[in-house]
Design a binder for this molecule. Structure first.
Ligand SMILES: [Cu+2]
Length: 159
């Protein structure tokens, strides 16, 4: 945990340096990282080492919501988000509302469209799978981008 935080801090410092020195290099670096991400996650659902949990993405009585809205899991568990009603939906974690070191875990455990942001679940019953392998304990606050303004938010608590 402590080492992970230090590494994350170092990465941030390096990123800041690169941005300050040469915009072209940073853009190239970002592009390279972007091509690596799908390869690391692959298009297959990431495998977890623990239990599997299910969360429904729904529209009930005019309210867009994740059900359950809060879910407690263990590091290594997998959460499957089902597009039940009112889609398309997705899952986007707030960078400032997840534990230190969690961003790398999410990046590795989810098929992303952008950092900390899942692909969009468009088809009925389409599933977004997130593996929390090596996830640090704490609260992971997230939203559904299309319905963020409507308060479609949720929390994963990693024990
Ligand atoms: Cu939604």
């Amino acid at each position: 945990m402590r080492v992970t935080s230090m590494v994350a801090g170092l990465a941030l410092a390096l990123a800041a340096c690169a941005g300050g020195e040469k915009a072209d290099d940073q853009a190239a670096g970002d592009q390279a990282a972007g091509t690596e991400t799908p390869a690391a996650g692959t298009s297959e659902a990431p495998a977890g080492t623990g239990a599997t949990h299910d969360v429904d993405m729904t529209l009930v009585d005019g309210q867009y919501r994740f059900v359950p809205e809060q879910l407690t899991i263990k590091s290594g568990d997998v959460v499957r988000y089902h597009n039940r009603q009112g889609g398309p939906h997705n899952v986007m974690f707030f960078a400032d509302s997840i534990p230190a070191g969690a961003a790398a875990v999410i990046d590795a455990g989810m098929d992303e469209s952008a950092p900390l942001t899942s692909q969009m679940a468009v088809a009925q019953d389409e599933v977004i799978t997130i593996a929390f392998n090596g996830a640090p304990a704490g609260r992971y606050h997230y939203t559904c981008v299309p319905h963020q303004a409507m308060g479609m938010n949720g929390n994963i608590i990693v024990e």
